[in-house]
Ligand binder design. Structure first.
Ligand code: FE2
Length: 297
């Protein structure tokens, strides 16, 4: 099911400082040192003001090791299972694989390529702000690292997901443009239910999209490309043809690998159907799609 708050652990700030509220089933829930670390990193983002350099995080050896492990595991899988634009972007950005890069380093590498830059986020950024910022090529990103007990997958978007998944997509011609168009679409939508429709289309494409390239099914979604567990599974999942009305009204569960994926037959189909939707959708056109899907309008 779709619950935007499920994607992130809530962050609160009061007289006792900043607290990230991990759910009881979070891998770090019983680890006081991890909880303290999450609080520290969230506090850095809350103190940050636009225009300042991103707050530098001194990553611990354990966090660096998670980054190195994910980079090492994903590299050969990307060669086989990611679209060519993604692999080319990885070579072009040449982000460090031996330690977590700062958000400013990611911005410095991205800006000359597609103009995108990163801004720190403590946790959940409201949908309208998160997507809306993409229109001016700003990507809100967390800075924490997933718990080391479960390096292969995280339902929470950590810096590994944000940078290895989205960062490389934001360096590609096709997907930087689709991110930007999502931002433009957000500004045209005034109905919150229609914005959620847009976010579901984003979820099933830019987060979990797969496409046929050179006769093989490959991933272009940031969620798959940043998970060295899920990337091995997507070819065996149920694949359906791209269908805006269905994607925009489908429920999903972020706590496990996605069992249903929407498959494009070519990158041209992604650019035309999904890019065309982001470029032209309005409250009226989405209301029509929702009606077609039988969703309450
Ligand atoms: Fe994401």
């Amino acid at each position: 099911m779709f619950e935007e708050a499920q994607l992130y652990s809530p962050v609160t700030s009061d007289g006792d400082g900043v607290t990230v509220h991990l759910s009881d089933d979070h891998p770090g829930a019983g680890d006081p040192a991890y909880r303290e670390r999450r609080n520290e990193i969230a506090a850095l983002a809350l103190e940050w003001q636009p225009g300042e350099p991103a707050p530098p995080v001194e990553y611990t050896e354990a966090e660096q090791e998670v980054w190195r492990t994910v980079c090492r595991e994903l590299r050969p899988k990307h060669e086989r299972l990611a679209i060519a634009e993604f692999v080319e972007a990885r070579e072009r950005l040449a982000l460090p694989t031996d330690g977590v890069p700062s958000l400013d380093l990611v911005s410095d590498r991205l800006r000359p390529v597609t103009g995108f830059r990163y801004a720190p986020a403590a946790g959940l950024v409201p949908l309208r702000e998160f997507y809306g910022s993409l229109s001016v090529r700003i990507f809100h990103s967390t800075q924490y690292v997933r718990h080391p007990a479960v390096p292969l997958y995280t339902p929470e978007p950590d810096i590994i997901h944000e940078v290895i998944g989205h960062g490389h997509l934001l360096a590609t011609p096709t997907f930087s443009e689709l991110h930007r168009l999502t931002g433009e679409a957000t500004h045209r939508l005034h109905d919150e239910e229609n914005l959620r429709f847009l976010s579901r289309v984003f979820w099933f494409t830019l987060e979990f999209g797969v496409v046929v390239e050179d006769g093989e099914l490959r991933a272009y979604g940031a969620g798959i490309l940043s998970s060295y567990g899920e990337i091995d599974e997507f070819r065996a999942m149920e694949h359906r043809p791209l269908d805006l009305a269905e994607m925009g009204t489908a429920d999903y569960d972020i706590t496990r690998y996605q069992p249903v994926l929407y498959r494009a037959e070519s990158l041209d189909e992604v650019r035309e159907l999904i890019g065309g939707f982001f470029a032209s959708c309005t409250d009226d056109s989405i209301a029509e799609l929702r009606e077609r899907a039988g969703a309450p309008v």
